[in-house]
Design a protein around this ligand. Structure first.
Ligand SMILES: [Zn+2]
Length: 88
């Protein structure tokens, strides 16, 4: 029991989404976020991770942006902007 990925992820999310954290605002429009998510790219190296490492990026979303039909595209674009800009 315990120690599985689900437990780790939920602890990580708790830390990420603590008030005032970087995910407390919507990644797309900066409104207060109503839910949080983790972006885990398939090719982590492309996203700035050292070879062989994974990379995870936590982000918040408001309900309006969560409902966007192009959500995954715009979120990926935004997060890639952070990574490319070294602001992660
Ligand atoms: Zn939003």
């Amino acid at each position: 029991m315990g120690g599985n990925l689900g437990d780790c992820t939920s602890a990580l999310l708790d830390a990420l989404f603590a008030s005032g954290g970087p995910t407390s605002k919507c990644v797309l429009c900066s409104a207060p976020s109503e839910l949080g998510a983790l972006f885990i790219p398939n090719d982590a190296q492309l996203w700035g991770a050292p070879a062989g490492k994974h990379r995870m990026v936590g982000y918040g979303l408001c309900a309006a942006c969560y409902a966007r039909p192009d959500l995954s595209d715009v979120v990926e674009e935004r997060i890639f902007g952070w990574v490319a800009g070294g602001a992660a």
